[in-house]
Design a protein around this ligand. Structure first.
Ligand code: EPZ
Length: 423
């Protein structure tokens, strides 16, 4: 893993136009869903990210042919010679778990390494396993692997997929994919409603699946005999868009964000407006501008359409410079506060109280050497560094490359001063 660092000089004011890429969190479960069809599926607007590369490697390891050409990725899943998600690959990316449902439905058996934890906390898979068991899968955990079989195929069922923290995005993806080829009717209650799940469902319907209730907490699936390969364009990445909006807000900038679906970001837009950040909708996105008079607000992360946990850290960076106190409550991943200590090194005034962080606005942030930890915490440090006085050094930039394509090129085009160095 190359240990690149970012050197970011601030404060800057961002001005100009930026284009959002395809959604990482839609592309990953959709790439896994290509396993359901024996043939070559073509996906457009797939971002060029290390996580996407890991998913491609996982599919190739199973016997698929994966080709990437610019933003287009093709997956030929005609032959699946090894329905196994190998530890050496899965440990790099927790989202690998979403091959479980498609492989079980297509091959009747699958082995996937238990995904490791990650910086945002413990990542259990009990909801995934419970849902697949209710479809008739036999599941065993041994030597760190999940081994699932479905002799005689899967059978439709009424499944409640809620957990202690509400709905589960990738558990919904796994059970939804498995149900498309199960015998009979499946009802998924408390399905995740994230736009990435809606995009997955649209892709599955194009492949021949019978799904209703798309976008709602209740999905109804009538199993079919087989699915066919398709051509699908992945939705824009709402979290990348939200991250750029935060960068515009913290730098008192004026940024036109293109290829951005504001209807996927209404909770974030609502909070930006309460912080006195102007967000004007345009035909293909929005213009975000701030006049330096940022107001405090309170944020609680919730399943969609609530405020997205993947934007919590980026908003914390902006709220560090608001004129007053804000409270951020993390209800999805209560430990998702790796960025708090790092932002405090930049003179932010933060106090963690369990799943809450009190953000007391300060006049300015000051540059410091900081450490990236998880993907979104690292992006939040970039946002903070744009406004911090001096040169901020961000270590372990590979965390950022997992979810943001050429972030320094995109932001430098708006006036940022970010240098990437290999150390
Ligand atoms: C998806 O992860 C996203 N990843 C995450 O984005 C995102 O933070 C998360 O959804 C919540 O929106 C991808 O889509 C690839 P969950 P996922 O299952 O599906 C608990 C990023 O930065 N839970 O919706 O793994 C879980 O611990 C990443 O791009 C169980 O208890 O998240 C959490 O508290 C980070 N048991 C809550 O549910 C389970 O079996 C929501 O998790 C599964 C989850």
């Amino acid at each position: 893993m190359p240990m690149d660092i970012f050197k970011i000089t601030g404060p800057v004011r961002l001005d100009g136009e930026i284009i959002v890429g395809g959604s990482k969190n839609a592309a990953l479960p959709i790439m896994a869903a290509t396993l359901l069809a024996g043939g070559k599926t073509t996906l457009h607007s797939v971002p060029n990210l290390s996580d996407i590369g890991v998913m491609g490697k996982l599919l190739e390891d199973m016997g698929c042919k994966v080709e990437t050409n610019g933003g287009t990725t093709t997956v030929d899943a005609t032959t699946i010679s090894k329905p196994v998600g190998d530890y050496e690959i899965v440990r790099k990316m927790r989202a690998s778990i979403c091959i479980l449902g498609p492989l079980l439905a297509r091959c009747g058996k699958v082995e996937v390494s238990m995904p490791g934890g990650c910086a945002i906390g413990y990542r259990p898979v009990d909801i995934h396993l419970r849902g697949l068991q209710e479809l008739g899968a036999k599941i065993e955990l041994k030597n760190g692997y999940i081994s699932a079989t479905a002799n005689g195929g899967l059978k439709g069922a009424n499944i409640f997929l809620g957990g202690a923290f509400g709905s589960s995005v990738l558990a919904t993806a796994n059970v939804l994919c498995a149900a498309t080829l199960a015998k009979g009717k499946t009802i998924i209650e408390y399905a995740a409603c994230e736009p990435e799940i809606t995009d997955l469902a649209h892709c599955l319907v194009a492949m021949g699946a019978k799904i209703t209730g798309i976008g709602s907490p209740q999905l109804v699936i009538h199993g079919v005999k087989e699915l066919k390969p398709v051509e699908h364009t992945v939705i824009p990445d709402r979290i990348e868009a939200g991250t750029f909006m935060a960068a515009a807000a913290i730098t008192n900038g004026n940024v036109k964000i293109k290829n951005c679906r504001l209807d996927h970001l209404m909770a974030a837009v609502d909070k930006f407006r309460s912080m006195n950040v102007a967000v004007e909708e345009t035909t293909d996105g929005c213009v975000v501008s701030s006049n330096g008079n940022l107001q405090p607000t309170d944020i609680t992360t919730l399943p969609y359409p609530g405020f997205p946990t993947d934007l919590q850290a980026q908003f914390m960076a902006v709220l560090c410079l608001a004129k007053g106190n804000s409270i951020i409550t993390e209800k999805i991943f209560p430990d998702r506060f790796m960025h708090v200590a790092e932002m405090s090194r930049m003179a932010a005034n933060l106090r963690k109280e369990g799943p809450h962080v009190i953000v007391s606005g300060v006049d300015k942030l000051i540059s410091a050497p900081v450490m990236a930890s998880d993907l979104r915490a690292s992006a939040a440090l970039v946002v903070a560094a744009l406004a911090a006085h001096g040169e901020t050094i961000i270590n372990r930039v590979y965390h950022i490359d997992r979810g943001y394509e050429k972030i320094e090129e995109k932001l430098n085009a708006l006036g940022a001063k970010i240098e990437r160095e290999s150390v």
